[in-house]
Design a protein around this ligand. Structure first.
Ligand code: MD6
Ligand code: FE
Length: 217
């Protein structure tokens, strides 16, 4: 018997994979947005540079963050919250560029969530070694809306557990252009990112950028 050279093993890079009820990976979905998306992000970061936030427990996060949109996610010793003002500049966060809004809304619709209008886009930067511990996204008031997550640059291992912190997470590789949409029954599942492996990405260099779009109110 001859092996088919083009056979895919399992569905490791299937264009669409449901990873839990309400959670779907759309591989490469951001591809057609990329030419507009990357310059828009560079512009945001000029106005609101990445910074390492301090957790309420007093730890400096290894992931650097910034935001765009009407609200931004911030952490400081007093807690986690959404705030319309960038605490570093004292000004509003940069507005969300239309290309980001369109990408988020189209990905959400593709996953079955029509009418998604994000208010906040949290932008995370990982350099090799940076990680995000298992957590739930629960600082939003409306859990009916999904979260749309866009991966750019170096590949990462996404950890996806369940409703309890002790649920053993499964691991998914997220590459440049992959989009995860996440809502419904899995909206409050624990998840995180394993320490980023070193590498050099053709477009973004030695880093991974992740965008998470949220409805906050
Ligand atoms: C990241 N993402 O991929 C971190 N949260 O860098 C998240 O924490 C996340 O990807 C909620 C839904 C999707 C996510
Ligand atoms: Fe999260």
């Amino acid at each position: 018997m001859t092996a088919d050279l083009f056979e895919t093993v399992g569905d490791a890079r299937a264009p669409r994979e449901t990873i839990a009820e309400g959670a779907v990976l759309l591989r490469g979905f951001a591809g057609t947005f990329m030419a507009e998306l990357i310059p828009a992000l560079r512009d945001i970061v000029k106005q609101a540079p990445f910074r390492h936030l301090i957790t309420p427990g007093g730890h400096r996060m290894s992931v650097a963050m910034t935001n765009c949109g009407n609200a931004g996610w911030v952490s400081d010793p007093s807690g986690y919250r959404y705030d319309g003002i960038d605490p570093d500049s004292g000004k509003s966060w940069p507005p969300m560029p239309p290309v980001l809004c369109r990408l988020a809304a189209e990905a959400a619709a593709e996953a079955g969530f029509n009418g998604f209008a994000p208010e906040a886009c949290l932008i995370n930067r990982y350099v090799p070694g940076a990680k995000l511990s298992l957590h739930q996204d629960k600082d939003e008031l409306d859990y009916a809306a999904p979260i749309v997550s866009v991966s750019l640059g170096l590949p990462a291992t996404f950890l996806f557990g369940g409703l309890k912190r002790s649920d053993t997470p499964r691991r998914y590789r997220l590459e440049h252009g992959d989009v995860a949409v996440w809502g419904g029954p899995s909206r409050l599942f624990y998840h995180g990112v394993a320490p980023l492996a070193d590498g050099e990405h053709g477009v973004l260099g030695r880093q991974r950028i992740n965008l998470t779009f949220r409805k906050v109110r």
